[in-house]
Design a protein around this ligand. Sequence first.
Ligand code: SF4
Ligand code: SF4
Ligand code: SF4
Length: 272
Amino acid sequence: MKKYAPPVLMLAIFETIAITLWLTKGNLFYLINFSYIGCSIALGMFLFIRKHRHARRVVQLLVGLYMLIYLGLICGENMQIEGFWYYLFTGTFEAATIHYAVAKIFGPLLFGRGWCGYACWTAMVLDFLPYKTPSKPRKNLGWIRYITFAASLVFVAGLFLAHVGNLERIMFWAFIVGNVLYYAVGIILAFAFQDNRAFCKYICPITVFLKPMSYFALARVKCDKDKCISCGKCKRVCPMNVDVIDNSRKRENGTECILCMECVQNCPKHAL
Ligand code: SF4
Ligand code: SF4
Ligand code: SF4
């Protein structure tokens, strides 16, 4: 039974967040929302322990579709980075600000870029494309993410400075247009670079938050050097080009690991 401790722990963490926010904000939505996400992630971890091939995809679809369709399209919450700036500027600690605090700013101190591996609705679609593992080394294009990050900030700040009215409505449409753009650019880049995760590596503005915080992540894949035979399989199957046999936090692309566990599942010596 000990092997099932991680999903139980994960569920307990999310239930703690759910109950705390429910009681402090007086809103039942937080209890339901974080309980649902916690149950989905715990289910994925349980399936992974049971060696289910599609464990990660199950979580991606459960969480990603919930956030994109229910929260985004039905409830009208802009959970993109523009929505985060919007709620931040209005001084509201709700919806996108809570989502960013938990999944993308403070959460990564605990679970690294687990968001990118298990919950992101952009990657949920990109991971269905044919180039699961990149055939070529990473390109030196990561600087683009700072431009998209700055553009999102300038866009929302500009709306506030220009005193544009009906911002809630604009944010809803920004969510739709932003997602269409993300998917279009992500799919074009995946085919151009033959790499499903090219968008994540070079364009996604959220990585400006995710990368520095995940540098300190508690949850990391580590290599047992006594077992490793340096066959290189882990690096070949990694969608993010991470050099996972280097245990230092400064390893090549050290803040890129999305905890997908492809390397762990493929290591012939069970060294990871
Ligand atoms: S890098 Fe961005 S697009 Fe890729 S999975 Fe993470 S949050 Fe989603
Ligand atoms: S796949 Fe396993 S044995 Fe091969 S290099 Fe990676 S950690 Fe070492
Ligand atoms: S294959 Fe391993 S190193 Fe690469 S992203 Fe997945 S878990 Fe991280």
